[in-house]
Design a protein around this ligand. Structure first.
Ligand code: NDP
Length: 239
């Protein structure tokens, strides 16, 4: 059996596509999300499903323990869980701001923390953090989301440099617009219209499979090859 791959936010969108891609390539997968009932219905044989809120590191660690008992150490951790509330800073509720930082930044810190020391001991492993083009360029209505993804890029690069020489790989994957449920937390009709107009002007955005295939490619290269950072967008995206 191939090595264990752990994915946060696996219940929808990019995370779901990651689950199916890595499973199709023969890897047992640890699938984590709050809506565990969705994960349990996935047509994947070698899987462990766990109800995990990435804001809680103990839930991540317990899920990993459970999966590792069955399938051996986590060889690849994909920190994918993330949320986006679009709004102007001065109109956005404080709680939405904090929630984005807690899930998008603290969630990634927790995901790294839960596996890194073991990977360093084993001198093996890959950590892929799903960032965004919002971690590279600033967009209207995205101030806090932008801030959270800039943080993901900075943390990924910083830790990667600290552990260089340990044979543990770190990658930051930065997609442009992908067709998922990520807009479901934004209810302002005008903001949604602007976002969707932009998306349709470039042909509708990427599919979730495009990002999952890229992550698998990054992981499938020999361990001595580290793709450190990738921006992936629709070809017509002018950013
Ligand atoms: P979706 O809304 O489709 O999926 C988000 C996933 O994150 C769900 O599985 C959800 O599961 C999970 N999640 C949310 N909050 C938590 C939490 N507190 N604990 C655990 N899991 C959580 O969005 P996407 O697939 O689009 O998003 C995936 C990643 O891709 C995010 O990091 C996003 O920022 C990034 N991204 C998305 C882009 C896009 O255009 N869609 C572009 C660039 C980057 P559940 O609710 O069951 O917990």
């Amino acid at each position: 059996m191939k090595k264990l791959v752990a994915i946060t936010g696996a219940s929808s969108g990019i995370g779901k596509a990651l689950a199916y891609k890595f499973a199709k390539e023969g890897h047992p997968v640890l699938l984590m999300a709050r809506r565990v009932e969705i994960l349990e219905k996935f047509d994947i044989k070698d899987k462990v499903c766990a109800k995990v809120d990435v804001q809680n590191i103990d839930e991540i660690k317990n899920a990993i323990k459970l999966a590792e008992k069955k399938y051996g150490p986590v060889d690849c951790m994909i920190n994918n869980a993330g949320i986006m509330f679009l709004n102007l800073f001065h109109e956005q509720p404080l709680q939405h701001k904090y929630d984005m930082l807690d899930v998008n930044v603290k969630g990634v810190i927790n995901g790294i923390d839960a596996v890194l020391n073991d990977m360093l001991k084993r001198k093996d492993g890959t950590i892929i953090n799903i960032s965004s083009i919002g971690g590279r360029w600033i967009f209207r209505n995205h101030a806090i989301y932008n801030g959270s993804k800039f943080a993901v890029n900075a943390i990924t690069e910083g830790v990667r440099k600290e552990v260089a020489g340990s044979n543990v790989r770190f990658s930051s994957v930065e997609p442009g617009m992908v067709n998922t449920d990520i807009l479901s937390r934004t209810d302002d009709k005008e903001i949604l219209k602007d976002y969707n107009d932009e998306k349709w002007s470039i042909g509708g955005g990427l599919t979730t499979d495009n990002t999952a295939d890229l992550c698998y490619y990054i992981y499938s290269l020999p361990q001595m090859v580290n793709i450190k950072e990738v921006v992936i967008t629709h070809t017509n995206d002018g950013n």
